[in-house]
Each structure stands twice: as structure tokens, then as C-alpha cells.
Design a protein around this ligand. Structure first.
Ligand code: PHB
Ligand code: FE
Length: 299
């Protein structure tokens, strides 16, 4: 083994199964045909490689957006270094048969010895609008021509767009689009896009199928509007993991997830979920100091 500073690569030679090993500070990452092994001076994890790659993919695509990771060994490492190491691991350990963003039914296997790569899939970014999807200069609507086909589970979603008649001179400011049609063409799961921005208010719609690959720790209240189908949420205390609720959300249901929880969603069919967030950077401190409650509203 040769230790190099470069993106935390430990072994330059692939292991027996064809995969490289990585390090980040005192953490070591290694995979074989089925499992990932993470070791650090005071402990270790073993987990299935498909679950690991799905989680790693979200960390990278969301750029560590509101995540919490718990280890019993703390070490401070600069985010750019973590980001680059994680990107290298994801790229080296993802075979050409596997897309970590896809539902298990729409992708091949993550297992086995090294077999090609899937650069295109693992470098997808979340779509981030600066104003609203479809407005000039911002994220375009998804279409057949752009390679976004209607998902097999959304074949019944109407594809017509609203007609907009803007006053002359306002054509680039007035716009409307069918959010259902837009979402029906999403090629990823559990990856909220930012479809509109109004000051600190972000509309983050997403399509969900199977299991949210991370247990998400909230640092602010988030509103969920279940647009179609059904998701079951297991909700726990963010710090202790004690069970707080099981929330079954059906189409049309709205919930506010508190700021002091962690949660994981289960979607038995591909469903559409709108996550509505206040993106203010002040919120985590306001909540931690007790100036702002962990729940959204007093009735
Ligand atoms: C969340 O912030 O809890 C969250 C993250 C990703 C999703 C849905 C919800 O796809
Ligand atoms: Fe959350």
C-alpha cells in the first residue's frame, strides 16, 4: 500500500476484486463483491455495497445538504477534501451495470468484481433553478428530445402544458408549467430538484421509489406535500434515534416534519413528493438557541 495525499487514495493497485481502497483522515474505505468496510481507530462498519453507493450518491449530488452523519470518532476534515474523496470512491466502485440514483427495479447489479464504470450516471447534479423552471436562462423543462422520457409508473400523467399569454414586454417574466408532467419525466429517485426560488422559499419536488438511501437529519422544519401515491415515514429523535412517529402520507396529505428529527421514507410505488423548505442560513442557530421552535406553528 502507498499512501498519497491525492484524494485520499490508499492503494494505487486495485484489490483482488478490482477496486481501489481509500482513506479520509483516519477513516479507511474498502469494498469487495458484496460489502463495504469502513474502519477507523475506534470502530468499524460493514454494509451492503448497493446501499452504500446510493447514500454516497446523494451526499455528493446534494453537496452535504442538511445531512447528519454519526461516528464515535471525530475528526475535522475540510469539505472539499471529503467531496473529492467521495467522488473518487463513487466513481471507482460503481460498475457499468449500476445507477445509484435509479430505483432497484430500473437498474442492474451493484455487486461482483469490477466491471466498467458509469461516469455519466454518477456525475449527475441536482437541478437547481435560480428563479423558476422553464423561465429563460433557467433549468429547461424536461422533454423526449432532451432524453427525459415519461417514467413507466407515470404513463397516465397528462403531458399538456398551460397556455400563457403574457403582455408584450413581459414574455421572459411570466411563465407556467405542469409540475406533474415535469416530475413524470424525472430519471432519478430521492433527489429533490429546486424547481422555484422565491427569496428563502424553495420548492423541492422529487420522485420517490423504494427507500430514501439516507436517514435524513433535519436542522429546520420542512413541509411535505404528498402529490401522488403513498410514502411511509419512520420518524425518530434526531439525537437518540428513539421512535417518535410512523407517518403514512397519501396523495393530498400535508405534514410538517420538525427540526429535531431524523427520518427515512419508504415508497412502494414511484410517487411525487413536494418538499418545501425555508433555506435561511440563520435557522439552525435560531433553533439550537431556542429562539425559534422545532415545530412550525402554534394553533
Ligand atoms: C428530506 O429532506 O427529508 C428529503 C430528502 C430527500 C428526499 C425527500 C425528503 O427525496
Ligand atoms: Fe428531512
Amino acid at each position: 500500500m502507498t499512501a498519497t495525499a491525492e484524494h485520499g487514495v490508499v492503494s494505487t493497485e486495485p484489490n483482488e476484486e478490482g477496486y481501489r481502497e481509500f482513506s479520509l483522515g483516519e477513516f479507511r474505505f474498502r469494498r469487495d463483491e458484496y460489502f463495504v468496510y469502513i474502519t477507523w481507530p475506534t470502530g468499524h462498519h460493514i454494509m451492503s455495497v448497493d446501499a452504500f453507493l446510493r447514500a454516497l450518491q446523494r451526499d455528493i449530488a446534494w453537496d452535504f445538504f442538511y445531512g447528519t452523519v454519526n461516528f464515535d470518532h471525530s475528526e475535522n476534515i475540510q469539505t472539499p477534501r471529503i467531496r473529492e474523496t467521495f467522488k473518487s470512491i463513487l466513481d471507482d466502485w460503481t460498475n457499468e451495470t449500476f445507477d445509484p440514483f435509479a430505483s432497484p427495479h430500473e437498474t442492474g447489479s451493484a455487486f461482483g468484481i469490477k466491471n466498467g464504470d458509469n461516469h455519466g450516471a454518477v456525475t449527475r447534479q441536482r437541478v437547481q433553478a435560480g428563479r423558476m423552471v422553464g423561465l429563460p436562462g433557467d433549468a429547461p423543462l424536461r422533454s423526449d428530445e432532451a432524453g427525459y422520457l415519461v417514467n413507466r409508473m407515470f404513463a397516465d400523467v397528462p403531458q399538456d402544458e398551460p397556455e400563457v399569454y403574457a403582455e408584450p414586454g413581459f414574455e421572459d417574466q411570466v411563465s407556467a408549467f405542469s409540475l406533474f408532467a415535469y416530475l413524470s419525466r424525472s430519471d432519478v429517485t430521492w433527489n429533490p430538484s429546486v424547481a422555484s426560488v422565491c427569496k428563502e422559499s424553495l420548492f423541492c419536488p422529487t420522485t420517490e421509489e423504494y427507500i430514501l438511501p439516507i436517514i435524513h437529519g433535519n436542522d429546520r422544519v420542512e413541509w411535505f406535500i404528498q402529490l401522488t401515491d403513498q410514502i411511509t415515514w419512520e420518524v425518530e429523535d434526531r439525537e437518540t434515534g428513539a421512535v417518535r412517529a410512523r407517518v403514512v402520507m397519501k396523495a393530498g396529505d400535508v405534514s410538517a416534519m420538525p427540526a429535531d428529527i431524523r427520518h427515512q421514507g419508504y415508497s412502494p410505488k414511484r410517487s411525487m413528493l413536494l418538499v418545501w423548505e425555508n433555506a435561511s442560513a440563520d435557522l439552525p442557530d435560531l433553533i439550537a438557541s431556542g429562539k425559534t421552535p422545532t415545530y412550525p406553528i402554534d394553533f
